[in-house]
Design a protein around this ligand. Sequence first.
Ligand SMILES: Nc1ncnc2c1ncn2[C@@H]1O[C@H](COP(=O)(O)OP(=O)(O)OP(=O)(O)O)[C@@H](O)[C@H]1O
Length: 232
Amino acid sequence: MNTVLAIEALRFGWPGAAPCIDIERLHVAAGETLFLHGPSGCGKSTLLSLMAGVLVADAGRVALLGHDWAALSGAARDRCRVAHVGYIFQQFNLLPYLSVLDNVLLPCRFSPRRRAQAAQDGSARAQAEALLVGMGLDPALWRRPAMKLSVGQQQRVAAARALIGRPELVIADEPTSALDEAHRDAFLDVLLAACAAHRSALVFVSHDRRLATRFGRELSLPDINRAQGDPA
Ligand SMILES: Nc1ncnc2c1ncn2[C@@H]1O[C@H](COP(=O)(O)OP(=O)(O)OP(=O)(O)O)[C@@H](O)[C@H]1O
């Protein structure tokens, strides 16, 4: 198996709180699509942050492409993340005053690797435009500041930004919550097709269990997490 992400004996707790993540083993292979679910507060977003090296384990190992996030400095983690991980955040994290196109191109500005990969079939800009078209974003919106888009439109911009430059790992935290059924299905089609074409591993969190059939593997976080979830 060509492992992209390897989690072993991972423990993490927020400061002053009991551990909320305790996972013996979870490996994700290149091209694999993983659907992750669990009740609110069980630690899904926390686990995604650990996968992406935004948070660092208290014990155990989270390795991306063989590199343990904990062995890297903060700056090295930032560089590694932008080069190899596309992250669709629950709140999108678009830069509000930047245009839609410039938001999608951001990873290429910060990572030479993402820039080179995005330009493989032409230019980074052409790939950004192709992703936006795939996401059903009208070209009339591309020059608009991101903050002037609807929530559902911003969600799709965030997905295009995550996919540009073919990152090895794509992480999506509730990325379809603001989309209607038609846009949700189109969004999933583009996301899954892009990950398949690039052999990106995809970790996708959603409360909507109906979507699970579109993924290669389904996991309930409480089933693999020995820590207690939110006691509330
Ligand atoms: N920044 C933080 N500081 C302290 N505790 C936090 C922080 N973020 C989350 N937590 C706590 O960690 C636990 C897991 O939260 P997390 O956001 O990972 O859950 P989740 O499964 O993603 O929830 P949801 O489905 O509602 O988004 C919760 O008890 C939460 O209160």
